[in-house]
Design a protein around this ligand. Structure first.
Ligand code: SDX
Length: 379
């Protein structure tokens, strides 16, 4: 007998009280600490938005300067962590390297008491600063190059691009990458943030918390969708084929990657901003054919899936932007992670500030009062 309290996927079930971000799924509204994400993507930059999410208010001049300096100071990773990355299989998914590298960070920086604010802030800085270095280093190593050391004269987004490619991005590309990091930084109680809060509620160290969240984000129904969207667009192959492909996909109950959302029943506001950013990137590069397929697919989907409240989400256009910046497809989700680490850490700090370990109930649907039958009597 099912229990009316049971909600598959905990749909609509509040799992925490939080003041970090807010979504109005009907009005396509997303606010970080009360500020609309479109405004932050336009006016702010990742370091400033990170402070806002972590601390609750926009930083004053000195706070921002000190935060920026602390992040730059912590960008390097221990040479033995680099050696560990060298021993990982180059054909393995970079999310595996990021998850392993993040857990390993906790071995280099052991923490005894996570309830000590000083320890916590150090770990927050380390994780935000070092995750991009882990991603870029693994990528360089897997293609047979040496890792590129981080620079302290570049901003967070520009330095990540520099560590990946060995050259500084243009101001326009830096702007786009910065905006993408802002758009992916936080999103209320999504699966990976919930995972971070559950792990944090056991008072596990923050490196284990973030490693847990990275594993959760890697799934194709969550952060892994951005990579799947590109595969889907390649399968559709032409804009003329988009509607036929969609009709067939819906008829065979296929999930359209980059579409749908548990909370948004209209187009994800981040998808709209990402489309604007895509146009900016295309002004510098070329308009990829995948974008034509994507916009044609979106128009067809509005007709067929729109009535069910299924519209593009953040993952639908992000991959096209990254691909146009020359970023390999399997780095799309790691980029999602190096942005979302700020949201995860903000929720971790909030969780341990007023903690109770997560331990939900279940609806038991199994067998009970069974007897043990000796092996020889089991038919
Ligand atoms: C992210 O939660 C967050 O905030 C996540 C995120 C963040 O910033 O952290 O926004 C990032 O993960 C975005 C989502 C990326 N994933 C995808 O693009 C994968 C495709 N999307 C779907 O798998 C789905 O929409 C989810 C997982 C995003 C949401 O799933 P729900 O809320 O559990 O919805 P559901 O699977 O129960 O679907 C409800 C109905 C079903 O139809 P019926 O069985 O009722 O007839 O809607 C249909 C589904 O079949 N549906 C889709 C669909 N999404 C939902 N049908 C076709 N294609 C889709 N994409």
């Amino acid at each position: 007998m099912s229990n009316p309290e049971f909600r598959p996927g905990l749909a609509d079930v509040p799992a925490a009280e939080s003041g970090i971000s807010f979504i109005d799924g009907k009005r396509a509204r997303l606010e970080y600490r009360g500020i609309a994400v479109e405004t932050l993507a336009k006016e702010s930059f990742f370091e400033e938005t990170s402070w806002l999410l972590l601390k609750g208010d926009l930083p004053r001049q000195k706070e921002l300067a000190d935060f920026d300096a602390a992040l730059k100071e912590e960008r390097c990773i221990h040479f033995r962590l680099l050696d560990a990355l060298k021993s990982l299989p180059e054909n393995g998914h970079p999310m595996g390297a990021l998850q392993a590298g993040t857990a390993a960070l906790g071995m280099f920086h052991p923490m005894s008491n996570v309830l000590n604010p000083a320890n916590n802030w150090e770990a927050v800085i380390r994780l935000i600063a070092k995750l991009p270095t882990i991603v870029a280093a693994f990528h360089r190593l897997r293609v047979g190059h040496e890792a590129i050391a981080p620079r302290q004269d570049l901003g967070h987004a520009a330095n990540f691009y520099y560590m990946l490619f060995g050259k500084e991005p243009s101001a326009a590309v830096t702007r786009v990458l910065d905006a993408c990091l802002i758009l992916h930084a936080e999103h209320t109680m999504n699966a990976s943030t919930f995972s971070a809060r559950v792990t944090g509620s056991t008072l596990a160290n923050p490196y284990a918390v973030i490693s847990s969240a990275i594993g959760t984000l890697s799934g194709p129904l969550h952060g892994g969708a951005n990579e799947e969207v590109l595969d889907m667009l390649e399968e559709i192959a032409s804009a003329e084929n988009a509607k036929t492909w969609l009709v067939d996909a819906v008829a065979t109950k296929k999930k359209i990657m980059g579409f749908g959302h548990r909370v948004y029943k209209v187009k994800d506001p981040r998808a709209t901003v990402l489309q604007d950013l895509a146009e900016k990137v295309f002004a510098e590069t070329n308009r990829p054919y995948a974008y034509n397929i994507a916009t044609t697919l979106e128009s067809a989907a509005n007709e067929i899936l729109g009535p069910k409240g299924i519209y593009p989400n953040v993952d639908f256009y992000s991959g096209i932007v990254y691909q146009n910046l020359g970023i390999p497809k399997d780095l799309f989700t790691p980029i999602f992670a190096i942005a979302r680490v700020v949201g995860w850490l903000s929720h971790w700090l909030e969780q341990i500030s007023n903690n109770r370990i997560y331990r939900p109930e279940q609806v038991f649907v199994g067998k009970s009062d069974q007897h043990y039958i000796p092996l020889e009597q089991r038919t």
